[in-house]
Ligand binder design. Structure first.
Ligand code: ARG
Ligand code: ZN
Length: 852
């Protein structure tokens, strides 16, 4: 069944109040729901309550046993006759232990917890379960004191007591919320407590709840939470609105985390961090996700979504907010580079493939399939463009108006755009196309000269995507500057131009010679720029551009051009790249983090994205060759980086993190040369490391090679961390990421390892997610990688369809590969689709992927 955005109708019934009563048990939890319902339309109409795997044990209306109900599929229809209001009571019994989908109420290692977004609440009790039905919740939970010493739900705990070997708690959330924000946790947990005083003086109690033994690893998350609370007050004027804010970390979780009102639930990997077990990247991930979920309290909870087609309203905006926060907490330039790298790695391929969809989709079969890089990351870019076009002060006026207008409401993307229009004073008429049209716009650029006056000619195209053969030109802010490379004449300083047309000419000014153009600075628009520039000009920009992102971009383009030429058999002189990398390394002392990002070679996947037909083997070969060439040519520089002492792992300053990152990059370049002592050096770094960043970087480098040190290091790492699931994930991941020729065999063996399990999504991603990110391994010419992933999808779908469906998109990229590979990829998609009883999640992803 396909749901269409245009079919939206306001709900017939609203539910101002809900009381839930949970009698907790791991394999039988009784749920009593009392819904106070009010009819919102004139004519009598039955009450439609969604269910998923539920049977009503009893139905009562206004206190009387009620028989006027029937099941329609898995939904419950209650006929309320002429009533305009009623109290509807429904009892159900659910089995959390057998809930392997991790949606609804489920058991995770003895703990009971919930995940309701998007449509999990209907797996707990019958309910309209649509985000435009908002209610005040009162939750009573009772259970065995020993099994469930801690009882948590949304809002404030207003009462508690004991009943024999049981105890109970009564929670009340004063803020009306949609069902997807409901949460409950019961189990044996310990807490890290702290507090925060809001700008108006409200004292908020903070709690981060984890398993016994993990509490020492919650300090960074707590600091991130307090920093987020202060940041949202300062930058958006948004204050927290309850006396209590709890976070619970659970090991089995389909996504990163969830913003339930007053009770966020997190994947442990985004809460737990200490220097011995978490890398600097992990630390940043914790900070960013804690901020993301906290920021949802306003962008998502106080103003929620009318329907799931509006998902990017809360996700795109909240990603933009967490990106801005992380930029403020660290290095804005490096953060921008990371965000753009992610966009190019995850979203551009999505936009160019069979699953392309606008940030506000027109239809879907299963909403869980739309928690995508397009909704989240491209969505964030669209918000960023609005902020760029109007500047920070006017953007703040727009967001103030948005929160003010829609507080307590279920809003639409259109409401957001209108608020920015009205509050910031800008016409976003044409800009709205970003919400309608999928596909990454392309700007083809060329320079023209007439009598010393230079101008930039732009040709804009937006490629066809499934269901959208024809496209209109987009409106976008393009930041640019021009430089006279010989130092003569005046340059054009940083300028923001609005691109609106399919073709457009922009006057740049008068220059004696062709200027070096710095374009899409800071990645002001999420587009692909086609602009032919020679290595000399790119090298000049990499050295001299005053926008750090543009310097990064110039060096990346130079590397990319070199690699693409080599892959197509036109290998040339690598001098320009070597010199540019060498020159960039000169800045290592002052900004090691930036330098580390800039000198990294583009990923194999991104190189592939530049080609009409991806040749994974040639890409692997040429990328390794260039890495070896640069490694050898600049060997003394890499050795100099590695000769210094690593900053202590407990030092999490920008500089220390950058220093460690650069050491990791230097080690990889040095190892690529095949230098005799490289493995010994990597092993020494691995052994001497006082923290996980250095240890993991050294292990990853060793894992590519063929040394005895590789086997030793993998074994030491395993023995040391076998009882720490998050670190064990890294052990699986580095092996699946290995550039070795036998990686597929290793993955097959690791899938049989006693520590491997399909029950834990993190573990599945650490092995199979890593494999699909390893281009040459996944696309091994005999099709074995495709078969492995299809086997996984088939095995995992009956247990956890959400996570199974996430593994399909890599198989859907068949159009970009040679006929032999494409045929094998399609055959695997067909094999998946032939399975009886496939979930809606996997059916939608596989059938759309097959269509191409
Ligand atoms: N809203 C959550 C977040 O982005 C993610 C929810 C995941 N839901 C799902 N059905 N997979 O913070
Ligand atoms: Zn989110």
């Amino acid at each position: 069944v396909t749901v269409h955005r245009s079919d939206y109708r306001a709900p017939d019934w609203s539910i101002p109040d809900i009381a839930l009563d949970f009698a907790l048990g791991i394999d039988a939890t009784k749920v009593g729901a009392v819904l106070s319902v009010v009819r919102d339309i004139d004519a009598p109409v039955p009450l439609l309550l969604r269910g998923d795997g539920l049977t009503p044990a009893a139905v009562r209306v206004d206190g009387e046993v009620w028989n006027d109900w029937r099941m329609e599929g898995s939904d419950l229809i209650v006929d309320l006759g002429e009533r305009v209001a009623a109290t509807v009571e429904i009892d159900t019994v659910i089995d959390p232990a057998s809930n392997t989908q991790l949606s609804g109420l489920y058991a995770s290692g003895g703990l009971l917890c919930t995940q309701c977004e998007a449509e999990g609440f209907r797996r707990i009790t019958f309910h309209p379960d649509r985000p435009d039905v908002l209610s005040r919740y009162k939750v009573r939970m009772q259970g065995d004191k020993a099994a469930f010493p801690i009882l948590l739900s949304n809002g404030n705990c207003i009462d508690q007591g004991e009943a024999g070997s049981d105890h109970w708690a009564l929670w009340e959330d004063p803020w009306p919320k949609p069902s997807y924000l409901f949460a409950l946790v019961a189990g044996d947990l310990v807490v890290n407590r702290d507090s925060f005083t809001t700008m108006s003086g409200r004292e908020v109690e903070l709690g981060i709840w984890v398993r016994d033994g993990d509490v020492d690893r919650t300090g960074h998350a707590m600091q991130a939470l307090k920093d987020s609370m202060a940041w949202d007050e300062r930058v958006y004027g948004r204050e927290y609105d309850l006396d209590l804010f709890n976070i619970v970390a659970v090991s089995d979780f389909n996504m990163g985390a969830m913003e339930n009102k007053g009770l966020n639930i997190f994947n442990t990997r985004y809460i737990l961090a200490d220097p011995d077990t978490a890398t600097d990247v992990d630390y940043d991930g914790v900070e960013g996700v804690v901020a993301h979920e906290y920021f949802h309290n306003w962008s998502g909870n106080r103003v929620t979504c009318r329907d799931w087609f509006q998902l990017s309203l809360k996700e795109g905006f909240t990603v933009f907010r967490d990106q801005s926060f992380s930029a403020d907490m660290g290095s804005p330039a490096v953060k921008r580079i990371e965000d753009v790298r992610l966009l190019r790695a995850a979203q551009f391929p999505e936009d160019a493939g069979p699953l392309a969809h606008p940030i506000r989709p027109d239809s879907f079969q299963e909403i869980s399939n739309f928690y995508t890089a397009t909704i989240y990351n491209k969505g964030a870019e669209i918000i960023r463009m609005m902020a760029t076009m109007v500047g920070p002060e006017r953007f703040r006026k727009g967001t103030d108006l948005y929160f003010d207008r829609h507080d307590g409401e279920a809003a639409t993307c259109e409401d957001f755009v209108k608020a920015i229009e009205d509050g910031a004073g800008i016409d976003l008429g044409q800009f709205r196309r970003w919400y309608e049209q999928a596909g990454t716009p392309r700007l083809k650029l060329s320079l023209a000269e007439e009598g010393g006056h230079w101008s930039l000619d732009i040709v804009q195209t937006v490629p066809p995507t499934p269901g959208q053969p024809e496209k209109q030109p987009m409106m976008m802010p393009l930041r640019l500057a021009a430089f006279a490379t010989d130092g003569s004449g005046d340059a054009l300083a940083d300028t923001l131009v609005m691109v609106t047309g399919a073709t457009q000419r922009i006057a740049l000014g008068t220059f004696a010679a062709r200027p070096a153009l710095s374009v899409n600075r800071g990645f002001s628009a999420p587009i692909i720029v086609d602009f032919e520039r020679g290595p000399g000009e790119l090298a000049w920009l990499a050295a001299h551009d005053d926008d750090p992102f543009a310097r990064y971009e110039a060096l990346q383009q130079l590397m990319l051009d070199t690699l693409v030429a080599a892959v197509s058999g036109k290998a040339g002189d690598n001098r320009a790249v070597i010199d540019a990398v060498g020159q960039t390394l000169e800045g290592a002392a002052s900004d090691p983090a930036f330098v580390a990002e800039a000198v990294l070679l583009p990923s194999e996947a991104f190189i592939g994205d530049q080609m009409v037909t991806v040749d994974p083997d040639a890409i692997r070969r040429e990328r390794l060759a260039l890495q070896a060439t640069i490694g050898a040519a600049l060997e003394t520089k890499w050795r100099a980086v590695l000769a210094g002492k690593a900053p202590p792992a407990t030092d999490l300053s920008r500089k220390a993190k950058g220093g460690r990152r650069l050491r990791g990059v230097a080690l990889a370049y040095l190892a690529a040369t095949g230098a005799d002592d490289a493995s010994a050096l990597a092993f020494r770094i691995f052994s001497d490391a006082d923290g996980m960043t250095e240890r993991q970087a050294a292990l990853a480098t060793l894992a590519h090679g063929d040394s005895d040190e590789r086997i030793a290091a993998l074994d030491i790492f395993y023995q040391r961390y076998r009882d720490n699931p998050l670190v064990l994930d890294k052990w699986f991941q580095v092996q699946a990421w290995s550039l070795r020729a036998d990686t597929l065999d290793a993955v097959k063996e690791l899938a049989q390892h006693p520590d491997f399990t399909l029950a834990n999504p993190n573990r599945v991603r650490s092995l199979y997610g890593a494999l699909t990110g390893n281009q040459a391994a996944f696309h091994q010419a005999d099709g074995e990688g495709y078969r492995l992933i299809a086997d996984l999808v088939i095995a995992l779908d009956p247990k956890n369809p959400q996570t199974a469906a996430k593994m399909i998109p890599p198989l859907g990229r068949w159009k970009r590969f040679d006929d032999a590979r494409a045929a094998m990829m399609r055959a695997e998609l067909e094999r998946i689709l032939a399975r009886p009883g496939l979930s809606r999640d996997v059916t939608e992803q596989a059938s759309k992927s097959l269509l191409g």
